[in-house]
Design a protein around this ligand. Structure first.
Ligand SMILES: Nc1ncnc2c1ncn2[C@@H]1O[C@H](COP(=O)(O)OP(=O)(O)O)[C@@H](O)[C@H]1O
Ligand SMILES: [Mg+2]
Length: 167
């Protein structure tokens, strides 16, 4: 089954207000600690909305201790953790979806223990993605950010854990 991102009927979502960068980081930690793999995380939101900050939390929750840097200039950063491999992409500077796949995305999605984070995912439409997709939308809501997370069918336990975490 392909998890086409434009096809999202009845997918549950939760929105949370993040008062500071630490709250953004901790939301990422929680999601990665509790997610099952493989997972593709679509990270969307304007410049400065917190996509990299959330990615840093996701990386920590995935078991990566080293500092995760923004992939704005490197395009893709790859990290190994005891749980598997993290691919952190920022596709803002790429000009087509083909260029994204040329980085190696198709191979990366074949492995079972993969976590793929893509900042600016919605720059391109109609991604063929054979693994579950968690959709993240961050927006500036001064003084903090708001975070909307939309869960795929296969992430029901993550969704209920996240809901409980919010309460
Ligand atoms: N909840 C928040 N409230 C206030 N500032 C935040 C919050 N989350 C992240 N930030 C800050 O916003 C700035 C931009 O974050 P960044 O993750 O680099 O954005 P993006 O990757 O979306 O461009 C950073 O200084 C970060 O610490
Ligand atoms: Mg960024």
């Amino acid at each position: 089954m392909l998890w086409a991102l434009h096809f999202k009927r009845n997918m549950p979502s939760h929105t949370v207000y993040l008062t500071n960068p630490e709250a953004t980081f901790q939301a990422g930690v929680f999601l990665a600690e509790n997610c099952s793999l493989p997972l593709f995380v679509a990270l969307n939101g304007d410049l400065g909305a917190g996509k990299t900050a959330l990615s840093q939390g996701l990386a920590r929750g995935f078991g990566i201790q080293e500092t995760v840097l923004s992939p704005t200039f490197t395009l893709a950063n790859i990290y190994d953790s005891p749980r598997g491999t993290l691919y952190h992409l920022d596709i803002y500077r790429l000009s087509s979806l083909e260029d994204v796949y040329d980085l190696g995305l198709e191979d990366w999605m074949q492995a079972e223990n993969t976590l793929i984070l893509v900042e600016w995912q919605n720059k391109f439409q109609n991604w063929p993605i054979p693994i579950p997709v968690l959709e993240i939308e961050l927006s500036h809501t001064p003084p903090g950010r708001s975070l909307k997370v939309t869960f795929p069918e296969t992430c029901q336990s993550l969704e209920s854990a996240f809901q409980q975490w919010l309460n």
